[in-house]
Write a protein that binds this ligand. Structure first.
Ligand code: HEC
Length: 143
């Protein structure tokens, strides 16, 4: 009887922890600030300033392509459970980053610098839209 009771409890505990794990397999590693400073900021800079040292060979285009890919995927990282601040504007703002990053990734694969430069405003907007609402002490732009 005792063994049976133990097995029952063990089963319940096991099931509970398995379903918890299934709920969210994600495991945030960096803080929000680290994602910004170490992933989003340098990769977006590669796109913002592509005109300063235009890529001229496959290796240099490869760097741009990787930056655009990381930036686009970073938008997905922002939407992870545990990171998303809410399911409304935060998700919308993160998707702006995914969208512009995806467009830049496609342009980089096509080695089209003008197309990347043309995304500049959209890229700035993807940062500032979220920052105005969610980044502490971020200077709000006059309307
Ligand atoms: C969906 C929301 C969101 C998007 C999109 C976003 N950020 Fe941020 N960013 C934040 C938040 C929140 C903070 C404040 C983090 C903190 O201090 O904990 C922040 C802070 C920062 C910081 C300061 C980090 C520090 O600790 O000094 C930089 C730099 C930054 N973001 C760059 C960018 C750039 C560049 C983009 C666009 C390419 C961008 N962010 C897009 C939410 C966002």
């Amino acid at each position: 009887m005792r063994i049976l009771g133990f097995l029952l409890i063990a089963g319940v505990v096991l099931t509970a922890s398995v379903s918890l794990a299934q709920q969210s397999p994600f495991q945030p590693v960096g803080t929000m600030s680290q994602l910004m400073v170490d992933i989003i900021y340098p990769t977006s800079d590669d796109l913002f300033y592509i005109g300063r040292t235009p890529p001229s060979n496959d290796r240099e285009w490869g760097v741009i392509e990787r930056s655009a890919l990381m930036l686009a995927e970073a938008g997905n990282l922002l939407m992870m459970p545990g990171r998303a601040r809410d399911q409304g504007d935060w998700i919308k703002d993160s998707k702006m980053l995914v969208d512009v990053g995806t467009a830049a990734f496609k342009a980089a694969r096509a080695k089209d610098m003008d197309a990347i430069l043309a995304l500049n405003d959209q890229l700035v907007a993807s940062c500032t839209t979220c920052h105005m609402q969610y980044r502490p002490n971020y200077r709000r732009r006059p309307q």
